[in-house]
Design a protein around this ligand. Structure first.
Ligand SMILES: [Zn+2]
Ligand SMILES: [Zn+2]
Length: 342
């Protein structure tokens, strides 16, 4: 299985037999202070530093796994181009409803009786976005974990943003309570791995990862999972005429968008901590709905959104483009007809 994965381009590294943690470092590396990329063991075929040692080299893989007991298999998610949604089901006290889906207020009228795991919060998030539940996504590889959780494997877009790992219990970056994200800077236990707790077993459905759904891409962007890429070399920009932000005297749809754009624009006053992604996502989503209802064209909306967002955050063109596109696309499913003035 390790070789099968390596030959398909997934860099693998051994897990300590019977566990889900990486095989231990050599004694030198346990005490030495060096960065994983400077480790001398790698050139000697060692597996020190966990997922940093992951390889697709068939000879190395044959050597690492030709032992008894066989090590389990870890896959280094970043170089494998994987984003894995890790759904947990361990008993834990349910937090306040406002902490279940970070950034999404859950109305008091929503009945949360029986909610108790990542299965529930992920289903809630999918329902909130009117998207299919990833736990039931048979188009992609899903793996049942020995503790009753589920790993949903997805392929990240080739030229899309890179995503970081997160834990569902983090108060800083999280997708949903009891839902972890495994991506760049992390590893995932491969199917067929056996630990003392049981086997990581593929569930019925596809045996290879499907592309990360657009709506989940948007959710990961919104919840701060983007690994910032270094800014592209600055292009000389032709100053445009005034930003397209029609005010009150125009149609209602344009007025609604203008006030959302103002919120995005206000983020320019400070470099962080302004909920920029959140505000841009909301503006793009609403713009998509207003364009679908004919208040303006989608091209007009895109131009305004990009212009305002790039003024507020001049060095994040890729992230901005992604939020705008996903927001517009998602919003276009729901035409919005604003009524009167507030
Ligand atoms: Zn070592
Ligand atoms: Zn080392």
């Amino acid at each position: 299985m390790a070789l099968w994965m390596a030959l398909r381009g997934y860099p693998v590294h051994p897990l300590a037999p019977g566990t889900k943690t990486p095989a231990p470092n050599c004694s030198d590396c346990r005490t030495a202070r060096h960065a994983p990329q400077d480790c001398p063991c790698r050139s000697r075929g060692g597996w020190c530093h966990g997922f940093h040692a992951a390889t697709t080299d068939p000879d190395t893989v044959r050597r690492w796994w030709g032992t008894d007991p066989e090590p389990g298999i870890g896959v280094s998610c970043g170089p494998a181009g994987l984003v894995v949604v890790d759904v947990d089901a361990h008993g834990a006290p349910v937090p306040d409803r406002q902490r279940l889906l970070p950034g999404i207020p859950i109305d008091d009228r929503v009945d949360l009786t029986g909610l108790g795991s990542g299965y529930d919060t992920l289903a809630l998030l999918a329902a909130y976005r009117s998207a299919p539940n990833p736990c039931e996504d048979t188009s992609t590889l899903r793996v049942r974990t020995p503790s009753g959780g589920m790993h949903i494997w997805y392929r990240a877009a080739l030229n899309g943003p890179r995503f970081r790992c997160s834990s569902g219990s983090s108060s800083r970056v999280a997708l949903a309570w009891q839902v972890d994200v495994r991506a760049t800077g992390g590893y995932i236990v491969a199917p067929s791995t056996r630990t003392t707790a049981g086997v990581y077993e593929p569930l019925p459905g596809a045996r290879v990862p499907a592309p990360l759904p657009l709506w989940l891409t948007a959710e990961l962007v919104r919840t701060g999972h983007c690994v910032e890429t270094p800014p592209a070399p600055a292009e000389p920009r032709t100053p445009r005429a005034k930003a397209v932000t029609p005010r009150g005297h125009r149609q209602d749809g344009q007025r609604v968008l203008a006030s959302l754009l103002d919120e995005v624009r206000s983020c320019g006053a400070s470099r962080e901590g302004t909920a920029f992604s959140e505000k841009l996502n909301r503006a793009a989503f609403t713009a998509g709905g207003l364009a679908a209802a004919g208040h303006f064209t989608e091209a007009e909306a895109r131009r305004s959104l990009l212009e305002v967002a790039e003024q507020a955050r001049p060095h994040q063109p890729r992230r901005i483009a992604l939020i705008v596109e996903t927001g517009l696309r998602a919003g276009s499913d729901r035409p919005i007809h604003p009524k009167g003035r507030p």
